[in-house]
Design a protein around this ligand. Structure first.
Ligand code: BG6
Length: 515
C-alpha cells in the first residue's frame, strides 16, 4: 500500500508558493576557500539563484587570506558549480557571477575588517544590498570567537534591538567541545550579539523530513493521543553511516568521536522533536522552548549509570559491499592507540510526565552496512492475544517508522489476517514516500537554512540553552569515560551493525531494528 499527495483534499496544494521572499542583503562567507563552502554553501546559493529565490539586490563576499581578485574568486567557483549541470547553467552563471566579490583578509586582523566594511558599504551602492549583512562562519571553531569580536570592533554588527538594516551571524558546528567550552563560546558571542542575531547551524534541522516530524505529530490528530508512555513501548533512533574517514578526515574526527560529532547535535535534535510537547504556535521561540524542556529532562548520570547505559566502540578492518576496508586505527590521521569511538549506543529515559519509563534507544556509527537515519516508535501489544501470530508477525506491536534519509518517508506496521480459514496474523506495512507523493524534490538542507537566515527566521537554528542542555548530557558521558578504570571501546568489524555488546541495552524491550 502506498500513499500519494491528495490534491482533492487540498486544491491549493499545487498553487501554494513554497518559499517566501528575502530582503536585499550581502552574505559574507568566512572560509570561502574551504570544503564546506565548495560542497554545500555556494551550491545552495547558486540553486537559489537558479530558482529565482534570491533577492534582486544581493551579493556574496568571499573573505579569506588568499590574495584573490574578484576574477580569481569567480574562476575558482565556476567549474565547481558547472559540475552541478543543468541546461540553464550558462544563463544562471551569467547572472550569478557578478554578485561574487572577494575581500582578502585575515581572521584576526582588525584592518581586514575595516576593509571589509568599506567593501560592504560600496556594495550597498553598487548592488543595492541596503546595509543588510549575513556573516557566515564556515571556519575552524577556534576562529568563531575572534571573528565575532572583530566584527563587533569594526562596527559591522548593528545594535542589538535594531531590526533594519540587519546583521546576522551564522555559526557552523562544532559549537564547543564540551559543556564548559560551549558555555564560554556562548558568553563571547553574547558580548557582541543578541540571541536573535545568532544562527547556530545544525544541518539536520534543514532536512525536509526532520521538519516533517512536527507536521506529522501536530498537523494530524490521530498520533498525539497515543504518543506517550501509556501507549509507546520504546523509541529507537538510528543514524547509520557507511562512510569511514573520507578525505583525510581522521585527524579531526579523532578529536571528536561519534558522541560529539553526531549525538550532541543531530541526534539530540531528532530526540527533542520526537519527544516535545505541542508548541503554542510555530514561532521560533515557542518551538525552541518545548525542545529545551525535552533536553532538560535528559537523565543526570553517575559514572556507573554511564557504563550501564552507554556502549562505545570502534570499527576494525572488514568488508563493505565486497570491498576490504581498513580499521579505524589504520585511518590517516588517527592515533594508533586512539580510544575515540566511531559507534555509540545509548539507552535513556526522559524524566517527564509524557515519557517517564519509556526507553529511548539511540545508535549511531561509521562503517555500518547501510546509510540510514530512522526513528521508530514501537507501540504496546494488545492486552490479550486473540489471534495466532504467523512468522513475520509482531504479535500486535505496531510500529511507526519515520525515515529521515535515504528513501524519505514514513511507514506504519500493523497486523493483517492471512487469507484462509485460520485466524492467523502477519505484519503488513502502509508506506508513504516523499518522492512518490510530492512531485518536487526536497531542497538541500543548506538551501533551506541559508534562506531562513536571509528571511530572519531562527526556528531551525539552535538556541543557547538548547546547545548547553545537550552538552550537559553528553559531557557527563565523556567525563565517565575519562575516569581511570572506565571500560575501553568495544570493537566491531567494518560492514557489521556494531558490537554485540550493544544488545544488552535493549534485551528487555526487543532488539535493534534491522535497517
Ligand atoms: C556531520 C558529521 O555533521 O554530519 C559527519 O560531522 C557526518 O561525520 C554528517 O557524516 C552526516 O550528515 P548527513 O547529512 O550525510 O546525514
Amino acid at each position: 500500500m502506498s500513499l500519494a499527495a491528495d490534491p482533492e483534499s487540498n486544491p491549493l496544494l499545487e498553487a501554494l508558493p513554497t518559499t517566501r521572499a528575502a530582503a536585499p542583503c550581502a552574505v559574507v562567507l568566512f572560509g570561502v576557500t574551504g570544503d564546506l563552502a565548495h560542497r554545500k554553501l555556494m551550491p545552495a546559493l547558486f540553486e537559489h539563484a537558479r530558482a529565482g529565490r534570491l533577492p534582486a539586490d544581493f551579493a556574496i563576499v568571499g573573505f579569506a587570506r588568499r590574495e584573490w581578485t574578484d576574477h580569481d574568486f569567480r574562476a575558482d567557483y565556476e567549474p565547481v558549480l558547472a559540475k552541478r549541470g543543468g541546461r540553464d547553467f550558462a544563463e544562471v552563471w551569467a547572472r550569478f557571477a557578478p554578485r561574487l566579490v572577494f575581500a582578502p583578509g585575515k581572521f584576526d586582523d582588525i584592518e581586514s575588517y575595516h576593509n571589509l566594511r568599506k567593501t560592504l558599504d560600496r556594495l550597498d551602492q553598487t548592488h543595492g544590498t541596503a546595509g543588510n549583512r549575513v556573516f557566515y562562519l564556515a571556519v575552524s571553531p577556534e576562529y568563531f570567537a575572534p571573528i565575532i569580536t572583530r566584527l563587533g570592533e569594526a562596527g559591522l554588527i548593528y545594535p542589538r534591538r535594531q531590526e533594519t538594516p540587519f546583521s546576522r551571524v551564522v555559526i557552523e558546528k562544532p559549537f564547543g567541545h564540551d559543556l564548559a567550552t560551549a558555555h564560554a563560546l556562548n558568553r563571547d558571542v553574547s558580548q557582541v550579539l543578541d540571541e536573535n542575531q545568532v544562527y547556530r547551524i545544525d544541518h539536520y534541522l534543514g532536512k525536509e523530513t526532520v521538519q516533517n516530524i512536527l507536521a506529522l505529530r501536530f498537523g494530524n490528530s490521530i498520533f498525539e493521543p497515543i504518543w506517550n508512555r501509556r501507549h509507546v513501548r520504546s523509541v529507537q533512533l538510528v543514524v547509520a553511516e557507511e562512510v569511514g574517514m573520507p578525505g583525510g578526515r581522521g585527524g579531526y574526527y579523532d578529536t571528536s568521536g561519534a558522541l560529539r560529532d553526531m549525538v550532541q547535535n543531530h541526534m539530540m535534535q531528532l530526540l527533542s522533536l520526537v519527544a516535545m510537547e505541542p508548541p503554542a504556535d510555530l514561532s521560533a521561540d515557542a518551538v525552541r522552548n518545548e525542545k529545551v524542556k525535552v533536553l532538560e529532562s535528559l537523565p543526570r548520570w553517575s559514572a556507573g549509570d554511564v557504563y550501564r547505559n552507554v556502549v562505545r566502540a570502534q570499527y576494525t578492518n572488514g568488508s563493505m559491499q565486497g570491498e576490504e576496508v581498513v580499521g579505524y586505527h589504520q585511518e590517516k590521521g588517527v592515533a594508533s592507540d586512539s580510544t575515540t569511538e566511531t559507534y555509540v549506543a545509548i539507552r535513556l529515559e526522559l524524566n517527564n510526565w509524557r515519557w517517564a519509563g519509556v526507553p529511548f534507544l539511540l545508535r549511531t556509527g561509521k562503517r555500518l552496512p547501510k546509510r540510514a537515519t530512522e526513528i521508530a516508535i514501537q507501540f504496546d501489544k494488545p492486552p490479550t492475544a486473540l489471534f495466532e501470530p504467523e512468522d513475520g508477525s509482531l504479535g500486535g506491536a505496531n510500529e511507526l517508522v519515520l525515515r529521515i534519509q535515504p528513501d524519505e518517508g514514513a511507514s506504519l506496521r500493523f497486523e493483517a489476517k492471512v487469507p484462509g480459514s485460520r485466524r492467523r496474523l502477519q505484519a503488513v506495512r502502509m508506506d508513504f514516500r516523499y518522492g512518490a507523493a510530492f512531485a518536487t524534490p526536497s531542497p538541500e538542507a543548506y538551501e533551506r537554512l541559508l534562506l531562513d537566515v536571509m528571511l530572519g527566521d531562527p526556528t531551525l537554528f539552535t538556541r543557547t540553552d538548547e546547545v548547553e542542555s545537550a552538552w550537559r548530557f553528553v559531557s557527563q558521558i565523556h567525563e565517565a569515560w575519562a575516569q581511570p578504570g572506565a571500560p575501553l571501546p568495544d570493537l566491531y568489524p567494518a560492514g557489521s551493525y556494531g558490537p554485540a555488546s550493544a544488545d544488552r541495552l535493549i534485551e528487555d524491550v526487543g532488539r535493534w531494528r534491522r535497517l
